[in-house]
Design a protein around this ligand. Structure first.
Ligand code: PRT
Ligand code: ZN
Length: 286
């Protein structure tokens, strides 16, 4: 359809739930069709294709889908000609080199002439080339972590999140070669109408992300502490000050960044703030 965005998301796997959650938080709703391969939104001009993540960069390059959500690792490995338009902040992980725990490691030259098992030969090859290290890459599609223990490889290059998979296979992480999170990809040749729709979607994603990164805060303060408290609370423009029914007291409202939150709360208490309420922000339009 000409003016309908086609958005490819992972059918089932580590990206699926969060991708659907983001779409939902953007206010885009759809009913799953019978096929489970495709769904059409009834309140935004978009349809969704549910695919294996490996296929998504290629479909976006070909224009079968206008947009896609995949891990940045998958995008880099497939090396398709697509645009990265937004990092989405979920499914964070890293691609790392790991070796057997009892083997000594000092630097990347360790890998010279070693046999490394991976599902990411392109990203690994790039790393080895940059470091001018000649090694053998053994491409396998799954269960990479068992390769050293069965004598298939000296080392692995695999996705790590908590590190427990490496640990339980007697391996230790020695080099991180790539950091990844879910990304929104777009086809290069979108029509003007589709670019407009993409802008609308990105605007919604930005509002959702800004809301998540901030908290709305309400507190009471005596009149003589109000000025010092306002100094601590930048807000979107500046804090709101409303007098309480009890004279000599104000209610102060503002927005605080999530990552500065505990620090700010401590300072507010020291400055005399009382009855502090913290409320999540669903969306924040900047
Ligand atoms: O079926 P389909 O092809 O669509 O899915 P898939 O099996 O290829 O991918 P999936 O669903 O496993 O992962 C999709 C994306 O999630 C990856 O491309 C990464 O961008 C991201 N991601 C985030 C992860 C992990 N965390 C992760 N922990 N992908 C894989 N893992 C695996 C890793 O391969 C290793 O086996 O989990 C293990 C390591 O986890 P820890 O926590 O033990 O370190
Ligand atoms: Zn896959």
């Amino acid at each position: 359809m000409k003016n309908t965005l086609r958005i490819a998301i992972q059918k089932s796997g580590r990206l699926s739930e969060q991708s659907l959650k983001l779409i939902n938080e953007c206010g885009i709703q759809f009913n799953h069709g019978k096929s489970r391969l495709k769904a059409v939104s009834y309140n935004f001009p978009a349809e969704f294709l549910f695919l294996r993540d490996d296929d998504i960069p290629g479909y976006v390059e070909d224009g079968v889908a206008d947009l896609g959500i995949v891990g940045e690792n998958e995008m880099a490995e497939k090396a398709k000609d697509v645009l990265l338009i937004k990092r989405l902040g979920f499914s964070k992980c890293r691609l790392s080199l790991a070796i057997q725990r009892d083997v000594e490691y000092t630097e990347p030259s360790f890998f010279r002439n070693k046999n490394i098992a991976t599902s990411y030969p392109r990203i690994l090859n790039q790393f080895l080339e940059d470091k001018k290290i000649a090694a053998q890459i053994h491409e396998i599609s799954g269960s990479v972590e068992i390769a050293p223990s069965i004598g298939l490889a000296d080392a692995v290059c695999d996705i790590v999140s908590s590190g427990s998979t490496l640990l339980s296979n007697g391996l230790k992480e020695v080099e991180t070669i790539f950091r990844s999170e879910a990304v929104l990809l777009a086809n290069h040749r979108a029509s003007e109408e589709k670019k407009d729709l993409i802008d609308q979607l990105v605007f919604r994603i930005n509002s959702v992300q800004a809301g998540k990164g901030n908290k709305y805060i309400l507190l009471n303060a005596p009149e003589d502490a109000t000025e010092a408290i306002v100094e601590l609370l930048p807000g979107m423009r500046s804090p709101t000050i409303v007098p309480l029914a009890m004279s000599g007291w104000n209610s102060i409202h503002s927005v605080v960044q999530e990552d500065q939150f505990w620090d700010v709360i401590e300072k507010l208490r020291e400055a005399g703030a009382e009855g502090i309420l913290v409320v999540p922000i669903e969306k924040m339009i900047l």
